[in-house]
Design a binder for this molecule. Structure first.
Ligand code: ZN
Length: 198
């Protein structure tokens, strides 16, 4: 693409490397950024750098947070005996939006996928098992209903079963392959309330 200067090409390339941004969107965003007032561009750049430098994993549930322990884990009104296992921080946010879940979470940061070469050691499973040494009554597995999500759910259930801790899976009804974050709150609540024993 020799149409543009090196700086523009560079910006288009960096934006195009982001998930969900095709080359057309990357070009559109690049020109939008270039036309933005300088102070707005600096604010955006600063927000990116600050988020990158200050965001870390919660010491307990491994969600992304800017504190040592995230607000959910730090809340003593939440039941710490009830742990919902989700694939990522976006799924946690989806359940939090319902405002009805009173337990805590465990964020795996991925799902087992033999096809992509992602094994149990590549997600935060060991950390989950360590948490189960404490006082836990139930683990709700809320991974996606994709092949990877189901594989992960079955794997976790098998690991937990011998501990005697109750293991449940959110009800199907959540569309197959659907990302939890795109599902409305009513459906999420129904899936949670209709959870089944594994
Ligand atoms: Zn946490």
């Amino acid at each position: 693409m020799d149409l543009y200067s090196g700086h523009i090409n560079n910006l288009i390339e960096e934006l195009g490397a982001l998930p969900g941004i095709g080359s057309k969107s990357a070009q559109r965003l690049a020109f939008h950024l270039i036309n933005m007032p300088r102070d707005k561009v600096l604010r955006l750049a600063d927000a990116i750098v600050k988020a990158k430098e200050n965001v870390r994993y919660c010491r307990e549930c491994y969600t992304l947070t800017d504190r040592d322990v995230c607000p959910v884990c730090a809340n003593q009104k939440r039941s710490h005996k009830l742990i919902m296992v989700v694939e990522n921080t976006r799924d946690l946010a989806a359940y939090e939006k319902t405002g009805r879940y009173e337990g805590v979470y465990h964020v795996l940061h991925g799902a087992i996928s033999p096809m992509l070469g992602i094994g149990p050691g590549d997600i935060r499973l060991k950390e989950l098992m360590e948490r189960l040494q404490g006082d836990v009554e139930e683990v709700i597995i809320a991974t996606n209903s994709s092949l990877e999500g189901e594989t992960t759910a079955m794997y976790i259930a098998k690991l937990i079963k011998p501990t005697g801790i109750r293991v449940t899976r959110i009800a199907s009804g959540v569309p197959v392959g659907g990302d939890l974050e795109y599902i409305d709150e009513v459906t999420l609540l129904r899936a949670l309330e209709g959870r089944v024993e594994l």
